[in-house]
Design a protein around this ligand. Structure first.
Ligand SMILES: Nc1ncnc2c1ncn2[C@@H]1O[C@H](COP(=O)(O)OP(=O)(O)OP(=O)(O)O)[C@@H](O)[C@H]1O
Ligand SMILES: [Mg+2]
Length: 249
């Protein structure tokens, strides 16, 4: 079943006399439970696509359909609620609130939704265990390493048990070992919670965790590599590396 679909998705930014076609007609379908990576050169439209998929921004033309519902048919409030209840976001710069401790940062999407932290103790305990931060529950972000902060951000993205997780370069500021931990976490939540995961990345190694990698160039999808049936991680990586080299990303 398709959880997400775009039709002829376009985004044009106008700056003075200049128009930039950040997305120039993207048709993209993601199945429920699929793990998709998006790669492409800097400026190819990856973040723009992720923002449109998550209803953080509106297309200039075309449509995003989420679980059968066209985002353009909803008003801003409805889009906000869909986003809050069904989508978890992870950004490159963890976006944690400095005054909140780990459990409060994780619970933030629930608190924003008017829920009480104490009613979700068990869920937060389980998430802390999942991301390996049970002993950092009361630490503030500045008392955590970059990798730990990113794991908090992932737990926060999962706390509403969203159908879909959208991550923009979640390993961009981490060393390769910590990056692998983060990708493992996303892979696990996809496999065990039937979550749909879409990750923008510059890193072929990160993309090799995905079932499918979509390559963007100049706002268009130019290639797709399906890895779902390839078990050998080296083979997955070399297929993606080949595409990266041939597309000169
Ligand atoms: N708010 C904006 N106003 C004007 N132009 C923008 C805006 N946001 C993005 N762009 C332009 O749209 C194009 C696509 O940007 P986008 O951020 O989606 O690229 P990207 O693939 O995520 O790049 P990177 O890998 O560097 O993060 C770029 O040429 C960028 O300069
Ligand atoms: Mg980007």
């Amino acid at each position: 079943m398709a959880i997400l679909e775009t039709n002829n998705l376009r985004k044009q930014y106008i700056l003075g006399a200049h128009a930039v076609d950040a997305l120039a007609g993207v048709d993209f379908v993601v199945q429920k439970g699929e793990f998709v990576a998006i790669m492409g050169p800097s400026g190819s439209g990856k973040s723009t696509l992720l923002h449109l998929l998550g209803g953080l921004d509106k297309p200039s033309d075309g449509e995003v359909t989420l679980a059968g519902q066209a985002l353009s048919m909803m008003d801003d409030n409805e889009v906000t609620l869909v986003r809050r209840h069904h989508i978890g976001f992870v950004f490159q710069f963890f976006n944690l609130l400095p005054t909140l401790n780990t459990e409060e940062n994780i619970a933030l999407p629930l608190i924003i939704d008017g829920k009480k932290l104490r009613d979700y103790n068990d869920r937060i305990t389980a998430l802390l265990e999942l991301v390996g931060l049970s002993d950092r529950r009361y630490h503030k972000p500045d008392q955590l390493s970059g990798g730990e902060q990113q794991r908090v951000a992932i737990a926060r993205a999962l706390v509403t048990e969203p159908a879909m997780v959208l991550a923009d370069e979640p390993t961009g500021n981490l060393d390769s070992k910590t990056g692998a931990v983060i990708m493992d976490l996303l892979r696990t939540s996809c496999d065990e919670m039937d979550q749909t995961v879409i990750v923008v990345t510059h890193d072929a190694r990160a993309a090799s965790y995905a079932d499918r990698t979509v390559f963007l160039r100049d706002g268009c999808v130019v290639r797709e590599i399906v890895c779902a049936d390839i078990i050998d991680p080296h083979q997955r990586l070399s297929l993606i590396m080949e595409a990266v080299e041939s597309l000169q990303i």
